[in-house]
Every structure is written in structure tokens, then in C-alpha cells.
Design a protein around this ligand. Structure first.
Ligand code: ADP
Length: 446
């Protein structure tokens, strides 16, 4: 096992990774920007190094400076968390060139999955169902129009380099498709420096369901069941849960989705933790949309129902250990829900609302977990994602998990800041949510 790990991230995820490392007796090295001086994640770690000004390009995305700290601190591995450098294949190469282990998959598979059009083709060839659409990247507008006729409207234009819903545009006819392509190309060019796009049939009101996987360097791969993340705003997840109410309704669906995810893992010789994302319809048809080659924000719900620490397994796999777990030993224990607590203003279209937290009262009780990266008298700045905490509950079944979430949300008190806490409380009383009948457009239409 590693002696020392540098955590190339901030906030709740840096704090969460540091805790597992410490429990395993691994020395932890945190990094921070000028805006994050004294942040909880730097206090939990054994050591902390300033890496630059507030803006991410000058600090948390500054690979050179992070590697300099890694050498100075004498770490043998780097955990990238999520976001930031976590899916940057060039960073993986640089880390490896420095003789340090990157805690994640190989750079090549990261590159493959990072190109969504290529990943889609690869998945199809591996026998994984994909949304009807183009074979890889579409050459130009005219080719797209000809293709859309065969796929059938409505179609989605998606950026190959896409992420976070960027460069995704819906078109219901030819005229709108031309417009949608122009918009996607422009946005993808500016956000990713890559204008390439592909087409997918637009699935009406889908559910978002994803399979968590783990694979080691010895040819062993397993799945840790599914998460449902259908409560979304602007293609961003707001509430996640495991198991999925939809999957639980269809006998055999869990196994079919897991088999598809593992087929992709095996075909791509994937290693470490990853997530294969699908959209599904009410009838239980499911289609691959992308694979995320890192730890996900919503991983705690899987940890709760599977009784495992995913970060511990990421570390063990990266250190070359064999997955000692057998699929047959794993089972779903109860139900877990995660609410993402954002510093955002419900009255201003849920736009980020930075400010200073004056009082901070975390909820307590059986089956309640709070992953946070803030504290009282802490300023939430506009420089970073406004996610301040994740409230996770675990209970024997879904109704009890919802009751626990309501109790925990009610107990939680965040003074001085505008948050979406009240919205979460309302959702826990919503008839559609209670029935498990929500889709990815539901929250915005509500
Ligand atoms: P990104 O990488 O930008 O996050 P994804 O491909 O993962 O994009 O899709 C994000 C979300 O967009 C999904 O969870 C779903 O809500 C919606 N979505 C994606 N593809 C489709 C589709 N073909 N039909 C309907 N909705 C889709």
C-alpha cells in the first residue's frame, strides 16, 4: 500500500478521500488555492500546500505545480477526486512520468471514454445497447440531416468532448437541427476546443440509471449495482438513490444492465472504479450514454447499500492488490438517498449564491452521513462549484430512507447562506417522488 497520497482536489471530496487514507494509515497531502486557505480539507490532511491563486486554471488545474508539490512532499500516489484533473489523460501521463501512481484508470481508456462519440461506437461493438444515432462523429450539417431522417426526430446533437450537459441541443425538425448543430459546434469549440459532434435519438422523459463498477489489474471485474439519478436540473443531478425504483420494478433488469456495464469494462480493459451511465424508459429498455472514468459525486449511496468504501478499493486496486470480493458475496442492503446541498438561490433560477456560512448545524442520527467541505464562518466563493455538502441517508427500505432524509434535512441548519435545503424538504413530500415516478425532465417541469 502507498505511504503517502496527494489529493488533487478541494471541498467535500478532498475531505472524504483524506478520511479514508487516514483510516488506512496513509499520510495525506492536501493542496489549496489562496481562496481555500484554512479550508476543512486542508485541516483534515496531514500536510497542506498552497498551489496558487483562486482561479482553478492557476491552482487546482495547474498540473505542473501539483506535481512539484507531489515531489516535494514525497508522495507515491495522487488521487484526483472528481472534476478538475480527474479525467485529464495528459495529467495521467505526467503523473506516471514522475514515477507516481495515478489512482484511476489508464490514460488510454480515459481518452477513449472521454471522446463520447468514440465511446459510443466502442460500446456498440462490445454488444452494449446504445441510443439509436450516428456511428461516431458526424462530418457536417448535410450528413446530419440525412442521418436524422433515418434516426427519426426529435434528435439530440451532442458534443464528442461534452460533459456537464455542455454542447447538447435538441432538434425537432430539419431547420431546428441546422440551428442546433451550429449552437453545439460553437459551444463545444469554446468549452473544449473540439467542435466534433454526433447525433442521438431524443428519448422522451428517460430515467438516468448508472452502474458502479470496480476492476483490478488481474482481470477481475465486478459491479456494485445501480444508482438512479433522475432528479436533475439543467442535466445536473440533484438527488441520487440506490437501488433504482425503476430497476426494482423490472425482474432481471438489474442483471442485464450490470452485464452490459461489465461487457464494456472487459472490452476496454478498464481498471479501478468507474461508472457506466444509461438512460432507460419506463418499459425497462436501456441505452448506454457514457462512461465516467473516476469516482462520482453520488458514490456514497452505493457505499451505503453495498457496505464498502469505494475510495479504499480505488487505493487498493491502484496499489496492485487483487479484488478479493466475489460478485456472489455482494448484495443490496436497504436503500440509500443522497441530496446535494448547494449554495444557490431558488428564487433566482437556482443560480449559485456565494456567501459566508455563519452557523453550521449538521444533522445526526442513525443512518445519516454528511460529506461536507465547509464549516461555520467559512466563505463559499464564486470560484468553485457551489456544492457545499452531500446529505446521505441509509435505511432498511425506501419509505424509511425518505423519512430519515426528511428528519435529517429538518435538523440541518445553515445560517447566513441561501441554499436548496427547503427544496429538498419539499421533494421528500412530493407524490411523484414518493412513488418513484420521476424522469430527468421532471424537476424542471414541476
Ligand atoms: P454529459 O456528458 O454532458 O453530462 P450525458 O450524455 O451524460 O451528457 O447526458 C446527461 C443527461 O442528458 C442525461 O442524464 C439525460 O438526462 C440527458 N440525455 C442524454 N442523452 C439523452 C437522449 N438521447 N435522450 C434524452 N435525454 C438524454
Amino acid at each position: 500500500m502507498f505511504n503517502a497520497v496527494l489529493i488533487a482536489n478541494r471541498g467535500e471530496i478532498a475531505a472524504r478521500i483524506a478520511r479514508t487514507c487516514k483510516r488506512m494509515g496513509i499520510r495525506t497531502v492536501a493542496v489549496y488555492s489562496e481562496a481555500d486557505e484554512g479550508a476543512p480539507h486542508t485541516q483534515i490532511a496531514d500536510e497542506a500546500y498552497l498551489i496558487g491563486p483562486a482561479h482553478v486554471t492557476k491552482s487546482y488545474l495547474n498540473a505542473e505545480r501539483i506535481l512539484e508539490v507531489a515531489r516535494e512532499a514525497g508522495v507515491d500516489a495522487i488521487h484526483p477526486g472528481y472534476g478538475l484533473l480527474s479525467e485529464n489523460a495528459e495529467f495521467v501521463h505526467a503523473v506516471e512520468a514522475a514515477g507516481i501512481t495515478f489512482i484511476g484508470p489508464r490514460a488510454e481508456v480515459m481518452e477513449l471514454m472521454g471522446d463520447k462519440a468514440r465511446a459510443r461506437e466502442f460500446a456498440q461493438n462490445a454488444g452494449v445497447p446504445v441510443v439509436p444515432g450516428s456511428d461516431g462523429v458526424v462530418a457536417d450539417e448535410d450528413a446530419a440531416i440525412a442521418l436524422a431522417e433515418t434516426i427519426g426526430y426529435p434528435v439530440l446533437v451532442k458534443a464528442s468532448a461534452g460533459g456537464g450537459g455542455i454542447g447538447m441541443n435538441l432538434a425537432t425538425n430539419e431547420k431546428k437541427l441546422r440551428k442546433a448543430i451550429k449552437a453545439s459546434v460553437r459551444r463545444a469549440e469554446s468549452a473544449f476546443g473540439d467542435p466534433s459532434f454526433y447525433l442521438e435519438r431524443y428519448i422522451e422523459n428517460p430515467r438516468h440509471i448508472e452502474i458502479q463498477v470496480l476492476a483490478d489489474h488481474h482481470g477481475n471485474a465486478l459491479h456494485l449495482f445501480e444508482r438512479e439519478c433522475s432528479v436533475q436540473r439543467r442535466h445536473q443531478k440533484v438527488i441520487e438513490e440506490a437501488p433504482s425504483p425503476l430497476v426494482s420494478r423490472h425482474p432481471g433488469l438489474r442483471e442485464r444492465m450490470a452485464d452490459a456495464a461489465l461487457a464494456l469494462v472487459r472490452a476496454s480493459e478498464y481498471t479501478n472504479a468507474g461508472t457506466v451511465e444509461f438512460i432507460a424508459d419506463e418499459a425497462g429498455n436501456f441505452y448506454f450514454i457514457e462512461m465516467n472514468t473516476r469516482l462520482q459525486v453520488e458514490h456514497p449511496v452505493t457505499e451505503m447499500i453495498a457496505g464498502l468504501d469505494l475510495v479504499e478499493w480505488q487505493l487498493r486496486i491502484a496499489a496492485g492488490e487483487e479484488l478479493t470480493l466475489a460478485q456472489s458475496e455482494l448484495s443490496i442492503d436497504g436503500h440509500a438517498i443522497e441530496c446535494r446541498i448547494y449554495a444557490e438561490n431558488p428564487e433566482k433560477m437556482f443560480m449559485p449564491a456565494p456567501g459566508t456560512i455563519t452557523t453550521w448545524t449538521p444533522p445526526q442520527g442513525e443512518g445519516v452521513r454528511l460529506d461536507s467541505g465547509v464549516m461555520a464562518n467559512w466563505a463559499v466563493t464564486p470560484y468553485y462549484d457551489p456544492l457545499i455538502a452531500k446529505l446521505i441517508v441509509h435505511a432498511p427500505d425506501r419509505p424509511q430512507a425518505i423519512a430519515r432524509m426528511k428528519a435529517a434535512l429538518g435538523e440541518m441548519n445553515i445560517g447566513g447562506l441561501t441554499t436548496n435545503l427547503q427544496m429538498h424538504l419539499e421533494l421528500m413530500d412530493d407524490a411523484d417522488y414518493l412513488a418513484g415516478d420521476v424522469h430527468t425532465g421532471w424537476l424542471e417541469k414541476r
